[in-house]
Design a protein around this ligand. Structure first.
Ligand SMILES: CC(C)(COP(=O)(O)OP(=O)(O)OC[C@H]1O[C@@H](n2cnc3c(N)ncnc32)[C@H](O)[C@@H]1OP(=O)(O)O)[C@@H](O)C(=O)NCCC(=O)NCCS
Length: 424
């Protein structure tokens, strides 16, 4: 049995933020019906195409374990089918531009009339306020949520991160909101609206940077490299390069092979608790007791010198050797893994975080499986659906259309090519 077995999701999502949410719910066992515009589908199906004619990896990696129904929600018969989906489902998830559902004729009030138990979950770029009508993409959210202003180096421009914290991060927040609302519905019997604005999701992930903003009032942020370098602080949390956010000095250091391998680096934290072990490992045992080096505060204005010395040592080792040597001493280090190394990692394959998936149009591709593991709800990653692959099945088996009624809906053109459905 899967954790969310029996939960039906009307998945009206597209691009990345919404699909990541419904994919997680599908992995936890929910039955997810992805509603797509006939003949077109989710725009990502045809974005960043690597195999001509096949659904892109952009789409396939975000839409596993779902069923696809083609449905024109602006056509009268399409609205009828959508109404039946709303009646049948437990959750509607959407990430349209603000107001799109209302323009289709499905306001929250109307949805509640149709099914008062339905949970309506939305991703929007911004919450209520002056920007609420904006369309928003990943990097806009990273910038509006405080991530860009605090990422990068002090003497360079703001930088966005490769982790899709605006899209996938908000999808995660929304998934939590949905299961929480489902839990509350067990007692209240009612659905509710769940809103996850992308800006708010990024702000939540930047919590420690807002912590530092307030600490500025009490003086400079001593664990930031710029403090030790004597560079004054401004009125906002600065970009901290690769400084560690937890108060223990940390940097990214070169390892053996860095001249040719862009990822031959390690993260290295000079955690106070293991300082003496670090001194032994790098061959500077006298630093354990030497004045100016022995105590954490004394080291702050010497961090460049200290990390230069550690780097002299790490450059004689591969990033994996650094890990092997430091781990037994509890010295916190981490190899900078490339995407290729991650995809080849046997351990990640064994846990199902990296998986091979078969697809009829593109053959085998590698995907990221479910990152959260439930001991009683195992996940089998299934390929993403082709556009409208399950239209007939959903109309018949989920919504109960049969005989002439089914023929009428199919002939209306609201659910894609009639021939395609008859052939199923
Ligand atoms: C992502 C985003 C910027 C894309 O904008 P977009 O490509 O213009 O797409 P929209 O959401 O505006 O939808 C376009 C239209 O398609 C319509 N549409 C979508 N599915 C449909 C269907 N099955 N049948 C008929 N019409 C459909 C919508 O109703 C909308 O029509 P409208 O403009 O008349 O209201 C926008 O959806 C958005 O801001 N979403 C919220 C934030 C978000 O999730 N951003 C991150 C995405 S990873």
């Amino acid at each position: 049995m899967k954790a969310l077995e029996g939960v039906k999701i009307l998945d009206f999502t597209h691009v990345q933020s919404g699909p990541t949410c419904t994919q997680l719910l599908a992995w936890f066992g929910a039955d997810v019906f992805k509603v797509e515009r006939p003949g077109v589908g989710d725009a990502t199906r045809k974005q960043l195409v690597d195999v001509p004619g096949a659904d892109s990896l952009y789409f396939t990696m975000l839409n596993h374990n779902k069923r696809s129904i083609e449905l024109n929600s602006k056509n009268e018969t399409g609205k009828e089918v959508l109404t039946r989906l709303i009646e049948t489902c437990d959750v509607l998830v959407e990430n349209f531009a603000p107001g799109a559902l209302d323009r289709m004729g499905f306001s929250w009030e109307r949805i509640q009339e149709i099914n008062p138990r339905l949970i309506m979950a939305s991703v929007k770029g911004f919450g209520p306020g002056k920007y609420e009508d904006c369309k928003v993409y990943e990097n806009v959210a990273q910038c509006a949520g405080g991530a860009a202003s605090t990422t990068g180096f002090r003497d360079g421009p703001p930088v966005v991160t490769g982790a899709q914290i605006g899209d996938s991060g908000t999808g995660l927040h929304l998934a939590l909101g949905i299961v929480t609302a489902l839990y509350q519905r067990e007692r209240s019997g009612r659905g509710q609206k769940v809103l996850a604005p992308m800006q708010d999701g990024v702000i939540n992930l930047c919590r420690v940077k807002l912590r530092d903003q307030q600490r500025l009032a009490a003086g400079p942020l001593e664990e930031y490299s710029q403090f030790g370098e004597g560079v004054p602080f401004g009125d906002a949390t600065p970009r901290a390069g690769n400084d560690s956010g937890g108060g223990q000095p940390g940097r990214i250091l070169k390892c053996k092979g860095w001249e040719t391998d862009p990822n031959a680096y390690t993260y290295f934290i000079t955690q106070a608790a293991v300082w003496e072990k670090i001194c032994d490992v790098i061959g500077e045992p006298e630093w354990k007791t030497k004045e100016g080096f022995a105590k954490p505060k004394e080291r702050l204005d010497k961090l460049n010198k200290i990390f230069d010395r550690i780097e002299q040592w790490t450059m004689t080792k591969t990033k994996f050797e650094v890990m092997e040597i430091c781990n037994p001493h509890d010295i916190p280090v981490g190899p900078i893994l490339s995407t290729k190394e991650i995809m080849d990692d046997q351990g990640l394959r064994e846990t199902g975080t990296i998986v091979d998936v078969e697809h009829p149009e593109r053959g085998t591709y590698v995907s990221v499986g479910c990152p959260v593991k439930l001991s009683d709800s195992p996940v089998e990653v299934e390929r993403s659906p082709l556009l409208g692959e399950h239209t007939g099945e959903i109309l018949r088996d989920v919504l109960g259309y049969t005989g002439d009624d089914l023929d009428r809906v199919v002939a209306s053109g609201a659910v894609g090519e009639p021939g395609k459905i008859a052939a199923e």
